[in-house]
Ligand binder design. Sequence first.
Ligand code: NAD
Length: 305
Amino acid sequence: MGRLEDKVAVITGAGRGIGREIALLMAREGASVVVNDLGGNADGTGTGKIADDVVAEIRALGGEAVSNTDSVADVAGGERLVQTALDAFGGMDILVNNAGILRDRTIFNMEESDWDAVQAVHLKGHYACSRPFARYIRDSNRTGCRILNFSSVSGLIGNFGQANYGAAKAGIAGFSRVLALELAKYGCTVNTISPGALTRMTIPLREKRGEQVADEDLNEGGPQHVAPICAWLATDAAAGITGQIFHTGRGGIAIMQQPAIIRQFHKSSGVWTLAELDRYVPQLVSAKLEHDRMVQSAAIPQEIG
Ligand SMILES: NC(=O)c1ccc[n+]([C@@H]2O[C@H](COP(=O)([O-])OP(=O)(O)OC[C@H]3O[C@@H](n4cnc5c(N)ncnc54)[C@H](O)[C@@H]3O)[C@@H](O)[C@H]2O)c1
């Protein structure tokens, strides 16, 4: 018996890469799967029928799946996607907001269209698919539901040349924290994934640096390493875990810190003078650097074989 038997999962951008691996693993664990993918190019242009190929793979494994080619960047598309699950399988338990594109440019060269396209697929895409699912959960009293959102080191830490993508991915982390609060009373958990995997999104970045990607690299760092934590977070075992950010890839699983006050001063006798700030701001910055050192040493991977 699989760990996701009787669950219905909708996975966006599941025609290839990380989404495809999640779809295959969830199907192997017994979930009925809606494979969504627009099938376009890495920059978001074009369309294609790749979702059907993943549906065929799942059916060949003996699983249940249907395809959907709506764009997640479209509110009506998000509604049709949720409706696809309801029509095909009579319910919905899991939403994985994985679809994504890249339009990397430094701020000097970033056109409005590059900014808008990336916000539309990533940040608006999360909203467009989550809202109909949240309404369905509220209106049907469905319990034990799961939302997994896809952020990135680019937005959580920072990456050169990705102001549009980093802004969207940081926004997704904020979106997830709010959704976790709003859906708690329905027993729905909302967690964020920060993945690292060799896919068509990242392989070209390596090739640009002159590094070739061999089969061995794909074995060690392919998208199959991201799928297990996503499937596990969708199981009943993860019922109490919400509002967290998990970093995963290349055999690693990690939990990330989130914004929190590290040290603070309070002045009750009036507004701060600039001279007082000369004295206290450096103490705040020192506390932050000390905190960073502590976190760095705690984050050294523990090998489990
Ligand atoms: N690969 C990594 O190392 C990495 C790192 C950080 C974050 N991520 C995030 O993980 C997710 C998956 O990335 P991946 O590496 O598998 O990329 P990928 O390009 O292999 O797959 C993304 C899929 O999303 C689909 N898609 C794009 N726009 C869509 C739309 N409007 N509607 C429906 N589908 C659409 C694409 O057709 C594609 O099949 C993305 O959100 C990405 O930003 C990936």
